[in-house]
Design a binder for this molecule. Sequence first.
Ligand SMILES: C[S@@+](CC[C@H](N)C(=O)[O-])C[C@H]1O[C@@H](n2cnc3c(N)ncnc32)[C@H](O)[C@@H]1O
Length: 389
Amino acid sequence: MDLDLLAVLRTPEGSAALAAAGRVAAAALTQAELRRRAAGKFGAAAAGMFLTRPGLEQATRGVVAGRRAARLRAAGVTTLADLGCGLGADALAAARAGIRVYAVEADPLTAAMAAANAEAAGLADLVTVECGDATEFDVSRVEGAFCDPARRRAGTGRRVFDPNSYSPPWDFVTGLAARVPRTVVKVAPGLDHALIPAGAEAEWVSVDGDLVEAALWCGELAGGPRRATLLREKEGPLLNASGSKRVPSYHLTGTGAQEAEVGPVRRFLYDPDPAVVRAHLVAELATDLDATLADPSIAYLYADVARPTPFARCLEITDVLPFSLKRLRALLRERRVGRVEIRKRGSALEPEKLRRDLRLSGEAAADLVLTRVAGDPTVLVCRPVPVGG
Ligand SMILES: C[S@@+](CC[C@H](N)C(=O)[O-])C[C@H]1O[C@@H](n2cnc3c(N)ncnc32)[C@H](O)[C@@H]1O
């Protein structure tokens, strides 16, 4: 800066230039911050993407979109309509799998960003983004359809839980399967099983133990009625240069209608992955593990032998106590337990309050499981079973 430049900046042209630079700088800062946050979802590919806050929040994780795209491609889909493509996370994953994508997005800014993201990823030849109403798209042009309806109210951004308030609307989404024999719909993991269309496969997906979404695979894409898919991003390879990555995945399938047997508490407890629980596949897992429930309404399994499984965390039960703070505190004192991990199903207790009330001290660690056994509030004191044993 010198005196001449200061004089120029004080002219009307100078202040207009300053205001414009300020707007660009603010927009660039927002993009930089969103890209930093998006790295958790998209890895290195995030660095070249244009993002909005709601678009990023609603976007499918790269690893989940990549696996869905691979399954579509393996089912023979070479042209796909992405009906309500958002920022394009699923569209880009499909294109990376070699699928020609026709993406439709109602919001003009989001549509422009999706097109820019396809270009930045070097996929512009495989992705066409049209700004418009997905319900008017001519699906006779494509072999497959994907719809990830917005589950937030436009304007307020508030979440909607009733599928009839999704956009595009639920009737359109479920009716798609009748028009395109290979249709996939992404839905909230809390989806009511009663809403699953007849003949569709409902899949629940978790990533590193966190439930992230459910999807309905319709028509020719449907396998069995229910599937739990567990992806292990932390175990997986790093991103490759194109931003796609493959990570280990584990699948459990079944009818979702079986009931596991009920028996006593046994030596080992299995805490099933949330995808298994939400897919109603606990009974199938029980059969695989030779395990039983201790309460018909609580999804913990108990077995005499610890078998390695990706579908549940296994703990060895050292003590079974009817719930009593005094007794539990005394037992943990005696064992010099200073650290506890608390998990619960079927208990109204608040883990953090319990942790404070226990006033722990000592160098040992334990796992506490708050649950019910045959209807009675019970605490199980446990220790982890080493992986593979
Ligand atoms: C959940 S987001 C899609 C996210 C996308 N699958 C991804 O991973 O990036 C749903 C999108 O559908 C758009 N949308 C809602 N109703 C639409 C309609 N009738 N036609 C086209 N787009 C629509 C919304 O603007 C929103 O961007």
